[in-house]
Ligand binder design. Structure first.
Ligand SMILES: NC(=O)c1ccc[n+]([C@@H]2O[C@H](COP(=O)([O-])OP(=O)(O)OC[C@H]3O[C@@H](n4cnc5c(N)ncnc54)[C@H](O)[C@@H]3O)[C@@H](O)[C@H]2O)c1
Ligand SMILES: O=C(O)C(=O)C[C@]1(C(=O)O)C=C[C@@H](O)C=C1
Length: 331
């Protein structure tokens, strides 16, 4: 870790994006991002703008992504493999789909220096600790995290430096995690503009099952159902999709690999929340069948208040913003 010393790099033509602060000194010497897609490239962009690390290293399993990252100039070094990217690095952030995190951990294990921190951004946390933890040497610190910020887009062109500004990043340290390594990961996310919250991986997975995973499943399902009906209704599904349905199509266009892995790795929590969801939707169907307007009105009043609370807390724009990714100054 870098203890002190002023490092001022000139960033040709770029000013620090709103909500990000340029650091007087880097937090770490060498930061590696494995998988510079939407989330990884956003970390690299924000790290570049803030001067978070003296050297930014990245790699990707896909050679076309490595080439694109070079073209975009997102890192100081683009390594050919994960093992080479991780060698001699202070912090490695694994930004690949949840199902590939453990295999990356296995690939880098031998090349990590003692005291290095390995983190990730996976949308599911307990499986990362269970599967990646045993593959890493005892001399490194596994401190998983999850930035609760994203879009439906993927790849290095989709990222932007301000993605994490004023969003939560949930850090889920395993039992007996080294406090200074936990503090470093928290400081990293704060430097990227996020607000940090700590919880166990199990609690994270339960909370995110209802706030993120089941909503995505519902969106995938409703768009799938509508697409099946399209044969019956001809082009009406597309023609009249300017309203609520359109909001679902945004969510349902999210990356298939990422979401397949989320559901396969958070099975228990998702099934538990889905069970509860099914009970509640059955109650709504009953209210409609029996003309129970009061039950419908009461629920819709409660949910409207929840939406307004979220907006008041500044965590959502008032209207769906389909072009959020265009906030990027790097594109
Ligand atoms: N998209 C979101 O909204 C969002 C938000 C928060 C967290 N996450 C989590 O972040 C992670 C990345 O998501 P993303 O949306 O940035 O995905 P992405 O598809 O944009 O990028 C992932 C990158 O990882 C690379 N990759 C895949 N397997 C690899 C391997 N074995 N070794 C090296 N590179 C590999 C891919 O080629 C791709 O470039 C996922 O775990 C996801 O759950 C996503
Ligand atoms: O805004 C979106 O498009 C998202 O779906 C982002 C979202 C979410 O559900 O809030 C999706 C998955 C991540 O793990 C975190 C954030």
């Amino acid at each position: 870790m870098v203890e002190g010393g002023l490092v001022e790099r000139s960033l040709a033509g770029s000013s620090v994006a709103e909500g990000l602060k340029r650091r007087a000194a880097p937090l770490v010497e060498r930061l590696a991002v494995i998988g510079p897609g939407l989330i990884g490239s956003s970390i690299l962009r924000a790290a570049r703008e803030t001067g978070l690390a003296r050297t930014l290293v990245t790699t990707d399993a896909n050679p076309a992504v490595r080439e694109r990252v070079r073209e975009l100039g997102l890192a100081d070094e683009v390594a050919p493999t994960s093992a080479e990217a991780a060698a001699g690095t202070d912090i490695v952030i694994i930004c690949v789909p949840v199902g590939a995190i453990a295999s990356v951990a296995g690939e880098i294990a031998d090349r990590l220096k003692p005291g290095a921190i390995v983190s990730d951004v996976g949308s599911v946390k307990a499986s990362v600790i269970d599967k990646a933890g045993p593959l890493l040497p005892a001399s490194v610190h596994l401190i998983p995290a999850h930035p609760v910020a994203g879009t439906e887009y993927s790849g290095p062109d989709a990222g932007f430096a301000t993605l994490f500004v004023n969003r939560w990043s949930i850090v889920t340290p395993p039992e007996n995690a080294d406090p200074s390594a936990v503090a470093t990961v928290a400081a990293l996310w704060e430097a990227l503009g996020a607000n940090v919250e700590f919880m166990t991986a199990q609690h994270h997975d339960l909370v995110l099952a209802i706030t993120s995973h089941v909503p995505h499943l519902i969106a995938y399902n409703i768009v799938g159902t509508a697409a099946d009906l399209e044969a019956v209704t001809q082009s009406e599904v597309i023609k009249f999709s300017a309203g609520g349905f359109r909001d679902f199509t945004r969510i349902a266009s999210s990356d298939p690999t990422m979401w397949r892995d989320v559901f396969l790795n958070n099975k228990d929590a998702v099934l538990e929340m889905l069970g509860r969801f099914n009970e509640d939707i059955a109650a709504l169907a009953r209210a409609i069948r029996w003309g129970d307007g009061e039950a419908l009105f009461d629920l819709f009043t409660r949910t409207r208040a929840i939406r307004r609370n979220i907006i008041d807390l500044g965590q959502e724009t008032a209207e769906p913003d389909f072009g959020r990714h265009t906030r990027s100054k790097d594109q």
